[in-house]
Design a protein around this ligand. Structure first.
Ligand code: GDP
Ligand code: MG
Length: 162
């Protein structure tokens, strides 16, 4: 039984960094689902007897040029295929208009969403994650994709949903 997890968020929040940390060299498949745009990267990881299939998507934007829209469509497709959506935001910037657009898109979807505050490299940033409560997805899981902080807690949170 594989749990499919789509990593979604605006550009630069750290989606690919998390994907690489979770999947590392175990990128089993690299699927090319769009000719012109970036590929959708898919890779598996095992955690406490479960298998998670992560999908790294391009940055989702509610508006933009033709390429942005193609990347966004690809992300929406990953969202439709996913059992769980991992909605990533950046504690260093706080909530942006683009995050609000992503939130709106994800609220239209019925399945479960885990809100992840990335770039929480140090506990001094921990208190800032509550700003993201306004996105309407409950308590964020604070992680640092770059340093691997709390990524085990994140996998536990994903496991509890499925
Ligand atoms: P994506 O566009 O969402 O896929 O974001 P990337 O994974 O490409 O990361 C965007 C930038 O944020 C890069 O410069 C990363 O090195 C940086 N970054 C990613 N994760 C972290 C983190 O946990 N802490 C810090 N300080 N920077 C990070
Ligand atoms: Mg990326």
């Amino acid at each position: 039984e594989v749990t499919k997890v789509a990593i979604v968020g605006r550009p630069n929040v750290g989606k690919s960094s998390l994907f690489n940390r979770m999947v590392g060299r175990r990128v089993a498949v690299v699927e090319e689902r769009a000719k012109v745009t970036r590929d959708l990267k898919v890779g598996e990881t095992r955690w406490r007897g479960r298998v998670f299939e992560f999908m790294d998507t391009g940055g989702w934007l509610g508006k933009g040029d033709a390429l942005d829209l193609k990347v966004s469509k690809m992300a929406e497709r990953a969202v439709r295929e996913a059992d769980v959506v991992l909605f990533m935001v950046d504690v260093r910037t706080g909530v942006t208009d683009e995050d609000l657009d992503v939130a709106k898109m994800l609220h239209r979807r019925p399945g479960s969403t885990v809100l992840v505050a990335n770039k929480v490299d140090h506990e001094r940033y921990d208190a800032q994650i509550y700003e993201f409560l306004q996105l309407g997805f409950g308590d964020p899981v604070a992680i640092s994709a770059m340093h691997g902080r709390n990524t085990g807690d994140l996998l536990d949170a994903l496991g509890e949903l499925t």
